[in-house]
Design a protein around this ligand. Structure first.
Ligand code: CUA
Length: 341
């Protein structure tokens, strides 16, 4: 009789604690920015199942322990030792078989989830993502366009092919769920995303990659297929490099190549000298020499960033930027700098 009462009370305590902690953990999940893609929904549902299992285990152990401390404490006048108990085969069977089953079930759920995360859609839109210190660029090889904003059609799968030109970066749109590192040395990593909610997001670099790491952000836009097609058409029609607009082309290249991550165009201070009013002004170099920032000097500064360093700066410009620019590209960027007066 007494035993049944103990079991009943601990049962109520465990159920109550499980519910309380489960609801608290659910509130943590609700605060996460998940829910923008099929992959994120999948992570969220898996996380939720784990959290309820954790809540139950915590309640089972801590609830019974707290109740035992209270119910079986030494009472006044009790001086002898407690009963000596050895072995309980049914209990031992239960606490071996049930957890084994639960672990196997979670392994199954994990496998199922991994299959979903890596599900391949053969018609997926391909986007080549390049990360560099400290900016992103997105190339759409099927459409022949590049952009500094990642634009994705809703509900269809996008295959992101990720690479870095310098150090390790990490691609992370919190609402989309998974992260993927981008590695230097030519290795290409892949990530598949099926966005489900239209809107604007922020892509952040999630790997400490140097001085401007915290500012290595890019805008992400998820839109309907019709809007996406219209955007592609606009990008193709507007390409200043194809239209022969050298200044516009230089502006575009300097955004896509990441120049503007370190060189501002409005005169505000940053990692590198601002481009506003730079062209054909005299600059003091770190060795005290005065140099005219003309075309020849700017070509050299792009091709060999360490050759002449402006007083007050140090050279942290990745050489990979120059490697990806043709001579025409460099001249276009300089024409753009010249236009900034
Ligand atoms: Cu790139 Cu942090």
């Amino acid at each position: 009789m007494k035993q049944i009462r103990h079991l009943l009370i601990t049962g109520i305590i465990v159920a109550g604690l499980t519910a309380g902690i489960g609801i608290l953990l659910q509130m943590v999940i609700d605060r996460m920015p998940l829910g923008g893609s099929v992959q994120a929904d999948n992570i969220e549902s898996l996380l939720l199942k784990h959290f309820w299992a954790i809540a139950f285990l915590f309640a089972l152990i801590v609830g019974i322990m707290l109740y035992s401390i209270f119910a079986f404490r030494q009472k006044k006048g009790e001086l002898e030792d407690g009963d000596y108990l050895e072995g309980n085969t049914p209990l031992e069977l239960v606490w071996t078989i049930v957890p084994t089953g639960v672990v196997i079930w979670f392994a199954f759920l994990g496998g199922q989830s991994l299959t979903l995360m890596e599900a391949v859609d053969r018609d997926a839109l391909r986007v080549n993502v390049t990360a560099r210190q400290w900016s992103w660029s997105f190339e759409y090889p099927e459409h022949g366009i590049t952009s500094d904003v990642l634009v994705l059609p809703i509900d269809d799968q996008t295959l992101l092919r990720l690479r870095s030109t310098d150090v390790v970066h990490s691609f992370w749109v919190p609402e989309f769920g998974p992260k993927q590192d981008l590695l230097p040395g030519g290795e290409v990593r892949e990530l598949r995303i099926n966005p489900t909610v239209a809107g604007e997001y922020t892509l952040a670099c999630a790997e400490l990659c140097g001085r401007q790491h915290a500012l290595m952000l890019a805008r992400v836009e998820v839109m309907s297929r019709t809007d996406f097609d219209a955007w592609v058409e606009m990008k193709v029609a507007e390409d200043p490099c194809a239209l022969g607009d050298q200044v516009g082309c230089g502006q575009k290249l300097s955004q896509e190549s990441g120049c503007q991550a370190c060189h501002t165009v409005d005169g505000s201070p940053s990692v590198g000298p601002t481009w506003l009013g730079l062209y054909e002004t005299e600059e003091m170099m770190s060795d005290g020499e005065m140099v005219m920032a003309d075309q020849a000097y700017l070509i050299q500064s792009i091709r060999e960033p360490g050759a002449h360093i402006v007083m007050g700066f140090e050279n942290v410009m990745p050489i990979a930027i120059s490697d990806n620019l043709t001579d025409e590209d460099v001249l276009a960027i300089i024409a753009y700098i010249e236009s900034l007066r």
